[in-house]
Design a protein around this ligand. Structure first.
Ligand code: MN
Length: 240
């Protein structure tokens, strides 16, 4: 009897512990998962302007975590965890779908306008993303030729061959690829350029220092020349 009772008691205590752990805030990955299901990750739009004409050329989508109480969390606080847990993939797909819904008609009727998304390096390491991108935009007024996907130079590329193939397949859809944060990485620009990208985005760090630091000015000039020689477009970050 005693044995039965204590076995029952242990089972109840165990069940209680499991439920408590699940509900306790402090499991950050579970928090992200829940927020994702609740649609709390929302797009913000960073304009990209033509420096000659002053015209709007498009926008870069930046993710914000808008919590139930209305507070906003910046990506630095959740993207690393989203990446290490693998949730980044669903987060990115969700963001693309949202942009299609809320800005699809506005962007779609201006074919020259581009819309950029930040893609974690790991997304370029898996071919199935090509299908995802095609599927998401095929049901939207946004044409694939308006889509730009940004790959950061900040982190090393894990599988160069695979990444290069995925980039080529995406470009086959009409999508353009940008190297983000150029000048901050350790991979070396020539290595990154072997990926066959269309656009380089010069990191804010260099742009900020134009006019005050001679090296930065020279680096920016060199990058612009290089991009033009390689028939790539240039975006300067942080000009605002
Ligand atoms: Mn970016």
């Amino acid at each position: 009897w005693l044995g039965l009772i204590s076995a029952g008691a242990i089972a109840i205590i165990l069940a209680f512990v499991v439920i408590t752990i699940r509900r306790t805030p402090g499991n950050p990955v579970a928090d992200i998962e829940r927020a994702l299901a609740a649609g709390e990750f929302v797009p913000y739009y960073q304009p990209i302007v033509d420096i000659r004409s002053g015209q709007l050329r498009g926008a870069e989508v930046l993710v914000r975590w808008r919590k139930e109480d209305g507070s906003l969390v910046l990506p630095g606080a959740f993207i690393p965890l989203a990446e290490s847990s693998g949730l980044i993939r669903e987060m990115t797909r969700d963001l693309m779908r949202r942009v299609c819904v809320e800005a699809g008609s506005v962007i779609g009727c201006r074919p020259a306008m581009k819309i950029s998304f930040n893609f974690a390096g790991q997304l370029f390491g898996d071919e199935s993303i090509v299908k995802d991108v095609r599927k998401i935009f095929s049901g939207s007024p946004i044409k694939l030729s308006q889509v730009v996907l940004e790959l950061t130079e900040r982190e090393p590329i894990e599988n160069f061959t695979e990444t290069r193939q995925v980039i080529a397949a995406l470009q086959g859809l009409g999508v353009r690829i940008a190297i983000d944060d150029v000048g901050t990485g350790h991979s070396g620009l020539s290595y990154m350029l072997k990926l066959g990208v269309d656009i380089i985005k010069i990191d804010k760090m260099f742009v900020d220092a134009i006019g005050t630091d001679r090296n930065s000015t020279t680096i920016v000039e060199t990058l612009v020349d290089l991009a033009h020689n390689m028939r790539m477009d240039v975006v300067a970050e942080g000009v605002e």
